[in-house]
Design a protein around this ligand. Structure first.
Ligand SMILES: Nc1ncnc2c1ncn2[C@@H]1O[C@H](COP(=O)(O)OP(=O)(O)OP(=O)(O)O)[C@@H](O)[C@H]1O
Length: 677
């Protein structure tokens, strides 16, 4: 099946979901309409010369008269009023979602008959279009596609616009269309009525003259009734829920989280407790799909099994965004066994994570790598598979995406877990020192060498895992030595002669494109292949929105305990602000933003106002310093910042340099200048 879609400022044909079999043999159903049925003379007389014609059907004459009065150009070749989904509003979007599968079902019944099916909303804007390639191509030439306005006022007499105006099913064929460009078409439409009896939308089945139109009227009417019954059920659920003031007040006043869902799975409302438990504002919840928050398959299964004897008992459903929440779904069923809606009751199965510390899971080290997004899960699955072997793994991902966190998890899941995990940042070691840092040195190897020598990182990691972070920054001459060690499986300390066998598993990481570094001659190709045995890509946070809340809750928990701050309540808008921000700095930036917010939080409620301005997408507030003010003396501020960061990270050079955004060497120089070292 093909679908016509509006993309990149033009209509495009895309392959769409294949409906079930049901298409009929086109040869057996060829249409009985012929050009003789259409009276071109009548059209010429009326439209071009203003003379009425006896052969005209009343419905068409009235429509032509309306078109002439509203100044529709009968010679217009295309529709020019095409709008984007955003412009067409929420009702358009809802209706589109509600009718998509009815359209595909109808298409499955008219497949290979040269036809297309579409639904338009009350103003005449088309929602979606499915059909055979030939019909869609012909439609494309008229700009007859989703978002196009097919009302009479826009494109003259046609089945959609005229059915909307006169409120009954009808077929418009050939020259009955007001615009000449539509004369090669036959269109059949049936309106969908709202509770007030006015047309809300129209189902239309159209195709060129030579297509098979024999069943289009009955199918358009079938589709219209199907959509109508869905709309009624949805509106009934809404009215049932909103109609009772008592019910509504009760709903809002409950301490348990409550979400009410219409029969199509759309959230009609959620109370404040549900919003707080899920960490999403009520406004964001309303209109969303319940399936995005809960696994509703047990409810669907229970309903398929029949609902005799009233509403089924509460059914446990799994919360997809928060494992500590437990939920029960209560379908509300009418006396004639129609589903009217579902009430989801939420509660916290364990105390809030920021009040009680969670024991870390002893079984699965990968639980420390938080996130549920598919991209992250793929990385974790691969990591799980390679963890037990001694395979070298290359972890690739932007800075702060959790490469080190994952490397530690791989180590802890391996048979080397009892051995050490030693991390080295290859970019932070001065090039003159890297050889001795990695391989160690013997006494007297160089001036200042420690008595008795010193083991290098390889020796320190013996029996465990060596994590070579920022491997792309390793100088070329050192890359040769590293490759030799990896190939030969033994190391020799700087200044020494004795080779010692090495029992280390190597995990390497980089935020750079290593292949590109190889092409530029900055990284050895042979070392690249030696390290790139298994490659795991860590996705940036901006590609995994669903992980933001999970990580945020974890950081709120750990940081509030670290800073000894009690958090009574996290405002849903706090999470809302986190979700709205694009995180260029990845998980590390998220953690720092939460740390700042907790540190600056005035009371015990964590709200968005404590978040840094850049996270709230506000321009950063920078005070304009008085030129002679000591307070704004740049050197003083820098010295103070370095001192605070160095104290905060308890003298850890790597962490301090990272937090300050400067290299380790630069930090050393500055610390010495400040006489801190
Ligand atoms: N999936 C995750 N689960 C829990 N914490 C994470 C996750 N990803 C990142 N973090 C946190 O984000 C911070 C940065 O993570 P990490 O150091 O592992 O990133 P990285 O990719 O190695 O960064 P860099 O390339 O700068 O060394 C750490 O505080 C870590 O705890």
């Amino acid at each position: 099946m093909y679908e016509l879609v509006w993309k990149d400022s033009r209509f495009q044909l895309v392959r769409s979901r294949q409906p079930g079999a049901g298409g009929r043999n086109p040869d057996s159903l060829t249409c009985s309409l012929s050009h003789g049925d259409m009276d071109l003379q009548a059209w010429r007389d009326y439209v071009l010369r203003g003379r009425s014609h006896d052969a005209l059907r009343d419905v068409i004459r009235r429509s032509w008269s309306r078109c002439r009065e509203s100044g529709v150009d009968p010679g217009q070749e295309k529709c020019w009023d095409i709008r984007d989904e955003r412009e067409l509003g929420e009702e358009y979007r809802l209706l589109r979602e509600l009718t998509l599968d009815v359209q595909t079902e109808i298409y499955s019944l008219i497949r290979s008959q040269g036809l297309l099916v579409t639904v338009s909303e009350r103003r005449g804007y088309l929602l979606a279009m499915f059909g055979d390639v030939k019909a869609l191509r012909a439609a494309d030439r008229l700009n007859f596609g989703p978002g196009a306005n097919w009302s009479e006022g826009s494109v003259g007499t046609n089945a959609i616009g005229t059915a909307l105006t006169c409120g009954h099913p009808l077929r418009v064929q050939g020259p009955e269309h007001y615009c000449e460009s539509h004369h090669g078409w036959v269109c059949t439409a049936a309106p969908i009525f709202g509770w007030d009896g006015k047309p809300l939308a129209v189902v239309d089945i159209s195709g060129p003259l030579d297509s098979d139109h024999s069943r289009t009227l009955e199918l358009a009417m079938y589709g219209a009734r199907l959509i109508e019954s869905r709309l009624y059920r949805m509106q009934a659920a809404q009215q049932l829920f909103q109609g009772s003031e008592v019910l509504h007040t009760l709903f809002q006043s409950q301490l348990a989280g409550l979400i009410y869902v219409d029969p199509n799975g759309r959230i009609l409302d959620a109370n404040a407790a549900a919003a707080a438990l899920l960490g999403v504002s009520r406004t964001r919840l309303r209109g969303g799909r319940i399936q995005r928050l809960f696994d509703m398959s047990p409810v669907a299964a229970a309903l398929r099994g029949g609902v005799s004897g009233g509403s089924p008992q509460g059914i446990s459903v799994r919360c997809l965004v928060h494992e500590r929440l437990s939920a029960t779904a209560h379908p509300v069923v009418s006396p004639n066994r129609a589903l009217m809606g579902t009430l989801v009751v939420l509660s916290e199965s364990k105390p809030a994570p920021w009040t009680v510390s969670k024991p870390p899971s002893a079984q699965d080290p990968f639980v420390k790598v938080l996130g549920r997004s598919q991209a992250l899960q793929e990385a974790l699955n691969l990591a799980r598979r390679v963890a037990e072997s001694d395979t070298t793994v290359l972890l690739v991902g932007e800075s702060g995406t959790g490469k080190e966190v994952l490397a530690r998890a791989i180590h802890e899941a391996s048979s080397r877990k009892k051995g050490p995990f030693v991390a080295v940042n290859c970019g932070a070691i001065p090039s003159g020192l890297i050889q001795s840092v990695l391989f160690g040195y013997v006494e007297g190897a160089f001036t200042g060498a420690r008595r008795g020598g010193s083991p290098g990182k390889f020796e320190q990691a013996s029996g465990g895992t060596l994590f070579l972070d920022e491997i792309a920054e390793m100088p070329l001459d050192m890359q040769v030595n590293l490759l030799r060690v990896l190939e030969e499986g033994q190391i020799c300390r700087v200044g020494g002669t004795r080779a010692v066998p090495m029992d280390v598993r190597i995990l390497a990481a980089t935020h750079r494109d290593l292949e590109d570094r190889v092409r530029q001659g900055l990284f050895r190709e042979d070392l690249f292949y030696r390290l790139n045995v298994v490659r795991i890509v860590l996705p940036p946070l901006r590609e995994r929105d669903e992980d933001i809340l999970i990580l945020a809750r974890h950081f709120i928990d750990t940081i509030s305990r670290k800073l000894h701050r009690t958090i009574r309540f996290v405002s849903p808008d706090f999470y809302g602000a986190l979700l709205a921000h694009r995180w260029p700095g990845n998980v590390r930036e998220l953690r720092h933003a939460i740390e700042a917010a907790i540190a600056l939080m005035p009371g015990d409620v964590l709200g968005p106002e404590s978040l840094p301005d850049r996270v709230r997408n506000l321009p950063e507030r920078r005070p304009v310093p008085a030129p002679d003010s000591q307070e704004f003396n740049l050197k003083k501020v820098e010295a103070e910042t370095i001192r605070r960061a160095y104290a905060h990270f308890k003298g850890n050079i790597t962490e301090t340099a990272r937090a300050l955004g400067i290299g380790r060497n630069t930090l050393y120089v500055k610390l010495r200048k400040l006489k801190i070292l």
